[in-house]
Design a protein around this ligand. Sequence first.
Ligand SMILES: [Zn+2]
Length: 170
Amino acid sequence: MTAFDDLYAANATFAKEFENSTLTGRAARGLAVVTCMDSRIDPLGLLGLNPGDAKILRNAGARVTDDVLRTLVLAVYLLGVDRVLVMPHTDCGMSKVTDSDVHALTSEQGVDTRSLEFHTVPDQDEALRHDLMRIRSTPFLPRDMPVAGAIYDVHTGLLTPAPRQASDAA
Ligand SMILES: [Zn+2]
């Protein structure tokens, strides 16, 4: 018995029904979505997407980190992405704590995390503006690429587009 037996068993069933796909690794709908690791979010389902349609990048808080930028560059130039949606959500754990809080909580469990930056989100609107600007201002991505932000409501399933900035390219 391993901690993963349930998953391997489920996969055996899945693979029996799996039809050999003709999909490639390119994003068929030209979309990349940056969203949170929150387990309530079904990115494909809530956006009417299917496997093969989009690149889904997830981390705590849906933050545009260096690694997300690196991945977007690959997605855009190599894998067919031509638009990016940054999608944080309501009731996000990252908006309820500060980095100091996290360090204190982990410290209680005997771990010193002070060398890690958690990118917690004290102000979700401000963080989203900042993250959209990071994508729009990086020299590594096309200036005219559509980039949007929207907050997903985990209780209603509704997506609310963030107000566009005067400087929005598209
Ligand atoms: Zn979250």
